[in-house]
Ligand binder design. Sequence first.
Ligand SMILES: *[C@@H]1O[C@H](CO)[C@@H](O)[C@H](O)[C@H]1NC(C)=O
Length: 272
Amino acid sequence: MSSKVDVRRVAAVVGALVADAAGQPIHWNYNLDRLDAILAETPEVAFIEPSINPFYTLPCGSQSGYGDQSFTILKSLVDNNGRCNSLYSISLNTDALNKAMYDCFGPDSAYENDTNAIYKDKSDITTKATKYPIHGPWRHFGIKEFLRNFQERKESTGSPTDEQIDCAVRIVPVVALYAGRPEMLSRAEVVVRQTQDNDMCVAVGLAAARILEYCILNGRTDGAVEATIEQLSDQDRECPQELDKAVAGFLREVVRRKSEPHIPVARSIKIS
Ligand SMILES: *[C@@H]1O[C@H](CO)[C@@H](O)[C@H](O)[C@H]1NC(C)=O
């Protein structure tokens, strides 16, 4: 069981969850002047205390709404012998993963909060300054839509419009389990579409899945991004998406500029 590859499967899951908890008290700081001022005074930003998260606060060490999704998927995969789609269940709405997500994020969970429920967009944080950050976990947009669709027993539970980065975190436990097996990408797609049923999230999530799979199978070595670009350009690839070409283009840009300092590069990239 403890081959090098299996050790890296575990490391992918644990690393993603620990990194999530480390970033939770500082993420979503969109006021870059404020963030720069804090960073100038705080050399160590992992597990920063007290929290400077403008949206919500939790005890230091807690998972964010990303980590909780990833952990819920991990636990459901383990509880159900690796199954993550409805092929094995009576209907989509009784699927174990749907139920696990509903239990973690639904009306009877700590995620139920009136202030979070009326939140619309980033401007709320400044215009309704007295109410934020809330004290408790934050329910993401895609999760809100999943809960509505699940309650309405819709066939497709995922949001057609939520194009945020949850997809890249949701795939981690799936890739850890299925790395090296032909069904890896199709399983990851099911898990992304559960809450984000749109091609942008699938293209980005599956690119992340390919990069992570490469690292799990090959260990600490260069070439994961280059190998992913190559896969995305292969006409016979698994789970093809029309957006793969655009994703490959962005990845090429990343490779081309990888020796430049991260922050100015990240700030210079515009995605229309
Ligand atoms: C929701 O957040 C507000 C603001 O932090 C808090 O006062 C309230 O107790 C929370 N509600 C629930 C049900 O947790």
